[in-house]
Design a protein around this ligand. Structure first.
Ligand code: UDP
Length: 423
């Protein structure tokens, strides 16, 4: 059997006053006909990145809503994760295609994982991202509904690699993307559903943390808490552009010599490229003692990420490609000024000039940070608007509701007027 992730318990009732009462009532109503349905989430890793972040809350809340839900992790070795990283990069636009050997490795690991998976034990099988997408090939007779959930930016995929995955994708009942622009342009696709992910306001990462506690924590990392700090929280990945963040910081530093920069990034075990890029970032930072390059190796866990987000004058997410950008959601939820790349799901969250800053270059990123540092009150006004946008659209109860609507649709149940976006 594929390994289970232990997600513990969460109670929907704890969220009742953080979101609207109407939403909570809707969740209860939609969950009723689904009591006892068996659901499994399958993903590549339980640690690092957006999928893990979402599932640690979504899975226990599905359970609290009365579903029998599990989250399982596929097995893989470095040769497999090298291929899946190449696929990830290609789907985000990298022109490099897969060699026949790489295709063979991908198929082989998917088949091996499928051999350890009892698909008929479930009513709904949810496969996250491309890594396990081809497990479905091993199940020509399916009793469960199979749903594929894509979390990355598919707006300009490498067509060869998309073509390679399409035969598997076509077998699903539904495919869910963050944005309309991500749906592949191909024939015979499954039903395409669009909804954004969400964050958990009650996780240690997102719980209110006092400025004093945040400063106390950052002091332990050597940050001078009396001088302004810019932070990007992200995996070390070319699409997150940490090098561009350093360029922007260097421009800001000419105006505000006291400014500091933190690049905080965890290393996911399915991301072999991460260390290379981490080392490149370190090298690029050089001997500037006001740049802090930190990772989970420095004990930066959820509370520490929270502290960096709470304490920073501005949060940067200078992505070039971005599936959704939960770090942007997290920044807005903490009422923090956000300066973010005009990419992927970030534009669904940040309206330039209203809830934050959207930038296309290191120069624009620097100018936006300078504006934040020059006029913190105006920056905070934008951030507060952003927080209410997050409350309405990007907290986990809304995501749970969307899943419940889809399960009911697939079961042929009346959803009582609750809808999701089907394209
Ligand atoms: N994250 C973290 N520690 C880090 C870097 C990232 O906990 O050092 C979290 C971050 O707070 C966010 C998630 O990982 O919740 C990243 O999700 P996002 O959608 O921003 O990007 P992805 O990694 O999925 O491309």
């Amino acid at each position: 059997m594929l390994p289970l992730v232990n997600v513990g318990h969460k109670s929907l009732g704890d969220y009742a006053t953080l979101v609207s009462r109407g939403l909570m009532d809707e969740i209860r109503r939609l969950a009723e006909p689904l009591q006892g349905k068996r659901i499994v989430h399958v993903s590549a890793t339980a640690f690092g990145g957006g999928v893990a972040e979402i599932n640690y809350t979504l899975v226990p809340l599905m359970a609290d809503a009365g579903l029998e839900v599990e989250w399982r992790i596929i097995r893989g070795a470095e040769e497999f994760f090298n291929v899946t990283k190449a696929i990830h990069n290609a789907l985000q636009g990298d022109p490099r295609s897969l060699t026949p050997e790489e295709q063979e490795i991908f198929r082989r690991y998917n088949a091996e994982n499928a051999a350890e998976f009892a698909a008929d034990d479930y009513d709904y099988v949810i496969i996250h991202d491309p890594q396990p997408i081809a497990m479905i090939d091993a199940f020509p007779e399916r009793t469960a509904k199979w749903i594929w959930r894509g979390h990355i930016d598919f707006s300009t995929p490498n067509p060869d690699v998309m073509e390679f995955l399409l035969p598997s994708l076509r077998k699903y009942d539904d495919a869910i993307f963050h944005m309309r622009e991500y749906a592949p342009r191909a024939d015979d696709l499954p039903e395409i559903v669009i909804w954004p992910p969400a964050i958990d306001p009650l996780m240690p990462k997102n719980m209110a943390l006092s400025p004093q506690d945040a400063a106390y924590i950052l002091d332990q990392f050597g940050i001078d808490v009396d001088r302004p700090l810019l932070t990007q929280v992200s995996r070390f990945d070319p699409w997150k552009d940490p090098i561009g963040v350093i360029d922007a910081y260097r421009i800001v530093k000419q105006r505000f010599p006291e400014v500091q920069l933190a690049l905080v990034g965890s290393m996911a075990h399915d991301d072999p490229e991460g260390w290379d890029y981490y080392n490149r970032t370190l090298e690029y930072a050089g001997d500037d003692s006001d740049i802090y390059v930190l990772s989970n190796m420095n004990s930066v866990g959820a509370v520490e990420v929270n502290a960096f987000q709470v304490h920073s004058a501005a949060l940067i997410q200078k992505s070039i490609k971005e599936g959704f950008g939960l770090t942007v959601t997290e920044a807005l939820w903490k009422s923090k000024p956000i300066v973010a790349g005009r990419a992927g799901g970030i534009v669904a969250q940040v309206t330039d000039g209203v809830t934050g800053w959207l930038v296309n270059s290191a120069e624009e990123c620097a100018q936006a940070c300078i504006e934040v540092l020059r006029d913190p009150a105006a920056a905070r006004a934008r951030a507060l608007r952003g927080k209410e946008h997050v409350r309405r659209h990007f907290l986990t109860p809304r995501l749970l509701r969307d899943w419940l609507v889809l399960f009911n649709r697939l079961a042929g149940n009346d959803t009582g007027g609750s809808t999701i976006t089907v394209v």
